[in-house]
Every structure is written in C-alpha cells, then in structure tokens.
Design a protein. Structure first.
Length: 84
C-alpha cells in the first residue's frame, strides 16, 4: 500500500529500511533519507511514524537480549500530536 503519495513510497519500502541497529531510522525524516527522498506535503509523517513504532516495538519484544537503556530497538518517544 502506498503510504506517501508524493514520493510513491509503500509501507513495505518503509519496513524494508528498518534494520535493527544504530543506523536504523528512528524518525520519519530518517526514513525519507533512507529511501532517498524527502518530505513534501508531510501528510504521511504520522503513518510512517506508526509503521516505525510498530516495527521497532515488535523487534524489541522479540529480542532475547537484555540490554536495558542501551537497546537500539526501542521506539523513539512519541511526538506530541501537533508535531507529528
Ligand atoms: S504524502 Fe508523503 S510527503 Fe506528501
């Protein structure tokens, strides 16, 4: 499903750029950069944030390693509603 009509980016493309580790995108802006595009109208930022949060929390829940505060799979803190 296309989640960003300005850049013609699908939810699958967003998920594909999320690889756990220090370089994993944590914000919609980092996802755009990972995909080689940039935000235009910004309407998709909330949807991309939702995909990010779900993917990172699922990866964090499935992780068998206890790394506490240093865990790179924790989702970024939620943005205030007006900033998302
Ligand atoms: S829909 Fe993604 S920038 Fe416009």
């Amino acid at each position: 499903m296309i989640v960003c009509s300005c850049n013609v980016v699908s939810d699958g493309q967003v998920r594909a750029c999320l690889s756990p580790g220090p370089a994993c995108p944590r914000t919609p802006a980092q996802v755009y950069a990972c995909l080689g595009c940039s935000p235009k109208c910004g309407r998709c930022a909330r949807t991309i944030r939702g995909i990010l949060d779900r993917a990172l929390s699922e990866a964090h829940a499935a992780c068998a390693t206890t790394c506490g505060a240093a865990c790179t799979l924790k989702a970024a803190p939620a943005l205030p509603a007006e900033a998302a």
